[in-house]
Ligand binder design. Structure first.
Ligand SMILES: *[C@@H]1O[C@H](CO)[C@@H](O)[C@H](O)[C@H]1NC(C)=O
Ligand SMILES: *[C@@H]1O[C@H](CO)[C@@H](O)[C@H](O)[C@H]1NC(C)=O
Length: 227
């Protein structure tokens, strides 16, 4: 009898080790990386340059000088993830050559999604998804149907990093955390004055990795303002 229970025990142990290693694999996409650094993706692909104006533990204040993005029109959706996918597919076609100049354009990072509350009766939010135009095309991005160039002439942003795959539930929490960490700082006033809407429902989500990268994923919440 004793040997039987030992046998059972070892089976359970093996099973639990097996399950552990499977869940370890499944959890690896969200493996924590040390945040608060230049996104690793930007060592491989082109990213906009910026100046760090102020470095706090929970956030960073950056200035983006003249920066051109290619942007979708408003996408109304209840889901950030679904709207970003819709927008990204348009931008992906764009860089693959579906533009007036039939230019193939290198992938860059980040892809940013501007989130604002929607006026519509059924939709919670409105989203604009944008691609950072590589320096080569910044002065003159190839036009395309359904997309427009968006030019930032010095835009300041408070940025908070988080890792893993971005989920619908998480972005509101991250935005609220950024806003809370800005409270009482000299940037809070400027952020409050930018637009009339609530900064915790109007913000940008920046994603630096493709959906196929599982490690070292870096995302940011941005709240932009003018000085
Ligand atoms: C942005 O512009 C300022 C003022 O002209 C300049 O000092 C700074 O080096 C520029 N930063 C970048 C990243 O180009
Ligand atoms: C920004 O607005 C919020 C909400 O109205 C307010 O509680 C906060 O004190 C404001 N912060 C500054 C710095 O004006």
């Amino acid at each position: 009898m004793a040997s039987l229970s030992v046998l059972k025990f070892s089976w359970l142990l093996m099973l639990s080790l097996l399950l552990n290693s499977i869940s370890g694999l499944l959890l690896s996409p969200n493996r924590k990386i040390k945040l608060g650094k230049f996104p690793p993706a930007c060592t491989r692909i082109e990213c906009p340059s910026y100046d760090v104006i102020y470095d706090a533990k929970a956030y960073e204040i950056r200035r983006y000088n003249n920066t051109v993005w290619m942007s979708t029109t408003n996408i109304d959706d209840i889901s950030f993830v679904s709207a970003t996918r819709t927008g990204f597919l348009q931008l992906f076609d764009y860089i693959q050559g579906k533009n007036k100049d039939e230019k193939k354009i290198e992938m860059t990072a980040p892809v940013i999604t501007q989130v604002t509350p929607s006026d519509g009766p059924f939709c919670k939010s409105s989203f604009v998804v944008s691609f950072y135009v590589p320096k080569l095309y910044q002065p003159n991005p190839p036009p395309a149907n359904g997309l427009h160039a968006q030019k930032w002439e010095p835009v300041y942003t408070a940025a908070r990093q988080f890792d893993g795959f971005v989920s619908d539930d998480e972005i509101g929490q991250e935005a609220a955390a950024l806003y809370a960490s800005l409270a009482g700082s000299r940037w809070a006033d400027a952020i409050n004055k930018t637009g009339s809407s609530d900064p915790t429902s109007s913000y940008i989500v920046a994603q630096y990795n493709s959906p196929f990268e599982y490690d070292n994923r870096v995302n940011e919440i941005w709240m932009t303002f003018n000085m």
